[in-house]
Design a binder for this molecule. Structure first.
Ligand code: HGY
Ligand code: MN
Ligand code: MN
Length: 441
């Protein structure tokens, strides 16, 4: 007896039967191939002796990332398209269409956080490849070129900044960016390591209007769809992110001989700030969130009063005003803590992601693709940041979410069912074909 969801996924695949120009058969993604590729990709960065359930550590520019990208290039070629790498390390592959029309762009990323999951970014990237397979297999001649993209360096683990590849494409590139050093690696050299060319980095920048529209399929990474048992999310907007680098300077001293009243303990000061971040984000009405995700203690020895601590602080919300107010509150609290602990604190607003609204026309195209597949939808904001919010300044964008079991992500426990993966990929295919029918969204 077919479960309701299994029936829906089969009905979803079949319901893509829509008369479209020049079509010999009806396009649908191949769920078996999508699953096989997701399982193959998950081996790049899998912990030694681990299994699929162990998740991945495929941090941008790592060996796992570099080798996974090489595998992706071969998979793209096997799908009958010719990948090209831009100067920022983003990988594009284009299919058909009238070269005088702007391409429809769709894709995601494959780098992960340390100890991350198998679906964050990977699903959207491999679903994009499935779309190119399906369009060719169906013998469709699209009106617009269809272009998939694998964004380089989406996660903010490397160099403390995220959506880095798409950020350059959107023109957010400052003098000195490529001289930043992280983990002993200069950013320009890291870009070269993944096939980009820092000496021609400006060539990766694309003007507004370069694409007809942009679509990204992604796991929700929150629990809204899973709790509501709704298979497809239509993203209304993506939160803004303000990320700070904070350095606390105290005085390293002997843990045994320094009286408690004479310490300038950088870790005590930093810890007070960590609790203050949680308090100020939780105190306000609204959906804003505040997180300290990285902290480095120096000299990090049990018998030394910490002399220096560096940490990240980030706030997220749809409202930039809220983030500015939280940034001001952070600076005020830091000054008071520094005074009380005899330390100094420097707070640098290192990167910002702008809030981005999804285009109503693209949302509509996603909705009609889901309708045709007989799938219920829920409109919702994205609390996670995405490359789509960078590309939103260049063309109309939209995102499709599929449920994350228990709302867990950025963890080996991240899980989306194979049926939900297939449903999401079919809606991506349907939305691309719907947008292809439209001269403008
Ligand atoms: O950090 C984020 O929100 C995304 O998962 N990179
Ligand atoms: Mn992520
Ligand atoms: Mn992601």
């Amino acid at each position: 007896m077919l479960s309701r969801r299994a029936f829906l996924s089969m009905a979803g695949a079949a319901a893509l039967v829509q008369p479209v120009w020049g079509r010999r058969q009806n396009p649908t993604i191949d769920p078996v191939r999508l699953r096989r590729r997701l399982e193959s990709l998950s081996t790049y960065g899998r912990p030694g002796g681990g299994t699929f359930a162990s998740g991945v550590s495929r941090v941008a520019y790592s060996v796992a990332d570099v080798t996974a990208r090489a595998w992706m290039l071969e998979e793209m070629k096997s799908a009958g398209v010719a990948p090209r790498i831009d100067a920022a390390g983003n990988i594009y592959a284009r299919l058909g269409g009238d070269a005088n029309r702007p391409p429809i762009l769709f894709g995601s990323h494959i780098d992960s956080v340390p100890g991350g999951g198998n679906f964050d970014g990977s699903l959207g990237t491999l679903a994009a490849l499935e779309v190119l397979h399906a369009v060719q297999a169906a013998g469709i001649t699209p009106r617009h070129p269809l272009e998939m993209v694998l964004w380089a360096h989406e996660e903010s683990t490397a160099f403390g900044r995220g959506t880095a590849g798409s950020r350059i494409v959107a023109g957010d590139l400052k003098a000195g960016d490529l001289d930043q050093v992280w983990n002993g690696m200069r950013r320009g050299d890291a870009i070269r390591r993944i096939g980009g060319d820092p000496d021609r980095i400006e060539e990766a920048i694309r003007p507004a209007g370069s694409w007809h529209s942009y679509l990204e399929l992604h796991i929700e990474q929150g629990g809204t769809l899973d709790r509501a048992q709704v298979p497809i999310g239509i993203v209304e907007g993506i939160v803004a992110i303000h990320r700070f680098d904070v350095v606390v300077e105290g005085m390293a001293n002997h843990a045994g001989t320094t009286p408690m009243g004479e310490r300038q303990d950088a870790l005590v000061a930093a810890s007070t700030l960590v609790l203050a971040v949680r308090e100020m984000a939780a105190a306000r009405q609204g959906r804003q969130v505040g997180t300290v995700g990285r902290i480095d203690v120096e000299p990090n020895s049990p018998n030394v009063v910490p002399g220096r601590v560096s940490l990240s602080v980030e706030f997220r919300d749809l409202s930039e005003d809220t983030l500015r107010e939280l940034g001001d509150a952070l600076r005020a609290r830091a000054a008071a803590i520094a005074r009380d602990t005899g330390t100094t604190m420097t707070i640098d607003l290192a990167t910002t992601n702008p809030a981005a609204l999804a285009d109503a026309g693209v949302q509509d195209a996603i909705g009609s693709a889901a309708d045709r597949a007989g799938l219920a939808v829920r409109r919702l904001p994205s609390g996670a940041g995405h490359d789509a919010q960078m590309i939103a300044v260049l063309c109309p964008m939209g995102m499709i979410f599929v449920p994350s079991a228990g709302g867990v992500s950025h963890s080996p426990r991240e899980l989306t069912s194979w049926d939900d993966c297939a449903r999401g990929a079919n809606v991506l295919l349907g939305a691309v074909l719907e947008l292809d029918r439209r001269d403008s969204v």
